[in-house]
Every structure is written in C-alpha cells, then in structure tokens.
Design a binder for this molecule. Structure first.
Ligand SMILES: C[S@@+](CC[C@H](N)C(=O)[O-])C[C@H]1O[C@@H](n2cnc3c(N)ncnc32)[C@H](O)[C@@H]1O
Length: 220
C-alpha cells in the first residue's frame, strides 16, 4: 500500500483505505479489512461514500489538513462518518442526523469510536446545537434537501471558524427537476458566495454518485 496526497489515506492500485480507528475487526458497512505491518485498514468504496468519490475524482489534498474539530450534517448510518473518524482521530466530529431510524445505528457506531458525537437534530436549526458544537474547522454536508445551500450557509455562519473549509455534497435533482444541472450549480455557488463562502473546487461525482456535485469552499 502507498501513501496518497490526502493525509491518512492509503491506496493500492485504484482502491482507497483508511486505518481502522474502531475496535479491531470491526466492519461498519461490510467493507473489506486488510492488515499491513500490524495496522488494520478499511477499504473505502467511492460507490458507497461521496467523500471517497470526491478524492478519486480529484479532490484537493488539504481537505481536512489541520482539522481540530468537524461538523458533519446528514450522518445517516455512518458510512462516510466512519472513514472521517478514522482520518481525524482524535479530533472530535459532531454528527447531525434528523431521522431517528438512521440515528440508532449512528449512535451504536459512536459507542465504538472515541471521536464521534452524534446529535439527533434538524440541520435547518443550527441554533439548537451550536452551543454544544462550538467552532469547527471543517463543515461537511450531505442532506439531499431542496434548500441545501441555505442549510450550509446557516451552519457555516453558526459554527465555521475563520479560514475553515466546507464540503457541500450538492444533490442537484433535490433542488429542482425543472432546470439544467449547470444552472443549479451556478445558483448554488452564488448563494454560497452571498453567504461569504467562496467555492474553491467544483467536482462532479459521476459515475460514483449520480446527480451529485461536490463544492469545496473556504470561509474568509
Ligand atoms: C444521503 S444520506 C447521507 C449519507 C451519508 N452522508 C454517508 O455518506 O454515509 C442523507 C441523510 O441526511 C439526513 N437528513 C436529511 N435532511 C436532514 C436535515 N435537515 N437535518 C439532518 N439530517 C438530515 C437524512 O435523514 C439521511 O440520513
């Protein structure tokens, strides 16, 4: 296995791996485990995780560099959260999820990892959790809602530190079915800019995640 430009991520051929920071032998979503020189690694599937898809499609090398605390919106069952947990450990990751059904496995995952702090809440209401979360260096959002850009801007305003980075996994078709993807992406970037977030990278996630564009932002 070889190191990559993304801190902590290893690669063998086209396959990405993260070091397992959960209990030895623990699988989160049926991923393959491999041990090299006494370290256990988890295969990171870009078809299952949009963050892995972003890396494979050319995501910037400094995405989580220097992150001391992160906020993740839309944790679901924790597939991507678990890999970010591997990469950021011991830095804490607050994970917001509004579905009680998805929250149960997320909570179970957090019990097996020291840096995951799940909160059952609606990401549209950051005032409900901003006092608990405090200031973060990395904001990640994957909620597939019509008002994705507004949710991202509000959460950045509530929690993102000066110079902090953001990753918005924009599900284009959740915004509207009626206009072309390019115009939705353009409008989303403009809405982020009005909220003080400059888009540094725009990366389409096909063929791994259809209808998705990752927008990587930096705050002033
Ligand atoms: C596409 S899934 C996320 C997948 C996950 N990020 C991963 O890669 O493993 C979207 C999740 O966002 C959650 N969600 C949608 N709207 C939300 C909101 N307003 N607040 C919090 N969670 C939300 C959904 O319940 C769902 O679990």
């Amino acid at each position: 296995m070889e190191a990559t430009v993304w801190e902590g991520v290893l690669r063998e051929g086209r396959d990405l791996y993260t070091p397992n920071r959960g209990p030895p032998g623990d699988r989160v979503y049926g991923e393959t485990l491999r041990t090299v020189d006494g370290v256990e690694y988890r295969h990171w599937d870009p078809f299952r995780s949009k963050l892995a898809a972003l890396l494979v499609k050319g995501g910037p090398p400094d995405l989580w560099r220097g992150t001391r605390k992160a906020l993740y919106l839309g944790g679901a069952h924790g597939t991507t959260v678990s890999h970010l947990s591997d990469l950021l450990d011991p830095a804490p990751i607050y994970v917001i999820e509004k579905s009680a059904t998805a929250f149960a496995p997320l909570l179970a995952l957090a019990r097996r990892r020291r840096n995951l702090l799940p909160i059952l809440a609606d990401a549209q209401l950051p005032e409900r959790y901003r006092a608990d979360v405090g200031e973060v260096d990395l904001l990640y959002q994957d909620v597939a809602q019509r008002n994705q850009a507004a949710i991202f801007v509000e959460n950045a305003r509530a929690t993102l530190a000066r110079g902090g980075r953001g990753v918005l996994m924009l599900k284009v078709r959740s915004v509207t079915q009626r206009r072309p993807a390019t115009s939705i992406v353009r409008e989303t970037r403009a809405e982020l800019a009005r909220g003080g977030l400059e888009t540094r990278n725009e990366v389409g996630l096909a063929p791994f995640a259809r209808d998705h564009v990752a927008l990587v932002t930096s705050a002033p």
